[in-house]
Design a protein around this ligand. Structure first.
Ligand code: SF4
Length: 191
């Protein structure tokens, strides 16, 4: 892990820039190699992530592992993080000002350091933060978009948040189908 990342992680873990720091147990900077070609971005840490300080480690994380396998990816080859690094109370959606502060100070820096070739955008909050527009998941999931960043366009693939699938078989199916589509993109990237 590079010095810049260690410093960034240290700053995230002690950050008090928005109200979400007040009730967190642990901030969750993200996890994965700096050489990752694929970055996954979700919404915010949940209860398990807050307790352990690592991303996607609960039921949604187990489902994400299954989805990564479908896409032909190993968890240890991707970088996984969230739009905001601290758990919102009762898992409410992060507010616009919280997203703006956290993205500006941390997610953008993570993008600068890792420079992923592809971002997998997990859910509406991540889509809004990264694509700068409201998306309708029913219409936009499973599609490629571009994230504008530092004068370049990074390939992005929009899909549902894995946690959404825990409440419905239909969303689980759509996610599996999206990650099968993602497998084609990954295969072409690795060719
Ligand atoms: S959510 Fe982000 S900006 Fe807010 S306290 Fe946590 S690390 Fe800082």
């Amino acid at each position: 892990m590079g010095i810049a990342t260690e410093e960034l992680e240290r700053r995230i873990r002690s950050c008090t820039l928005c109200r979400l720091h007040r009730r967190r147990k642990n901030a969750v900077p993200g996890e994965g190699p700096l050489s990752a070609r694929v970055m996954l971005v979700g919404e915010a840490p949940g209860r398990n992530e807050d307790l352990r300080g690592v991303p996607f480690c609960g039921a949604a994380g187990r489902f994400l592992d299954e989805l990564l396998k479908i896409a032909g990816l190993k968890r240890e080859e991707v970088y996984i993080t969230n739009v905001v690094k601290c758990r919102p109370p009762q898992n409410r959606p992060p507010r616009d000002d919280e997203i703006e502060i956290c993205v500006k100070n941390y997610l953008r820096k993570q993008l600068e350091i890792i420079r992923p070739e592809l971002i997998v955008v997990l859910g509406r909050t991540a889509a809004k933060a990264l694509l700068n527009e409201e998306v309708t998941m029913a219409v936009d999931h499973g599609k490629e978009r571009k994230v504008r960043f530092s004068g370049r366009g990074i390939r992005a693939f929009v899909t549902y948040h894995p946690a959404a699938a825990l409440y419905g078989a239909a969303t689980r199916l759509k996610l599996r189908e999206d990650f099968s589509r993602l497998a084609e993109i990954i295969k072409a990237m690795k060719a």
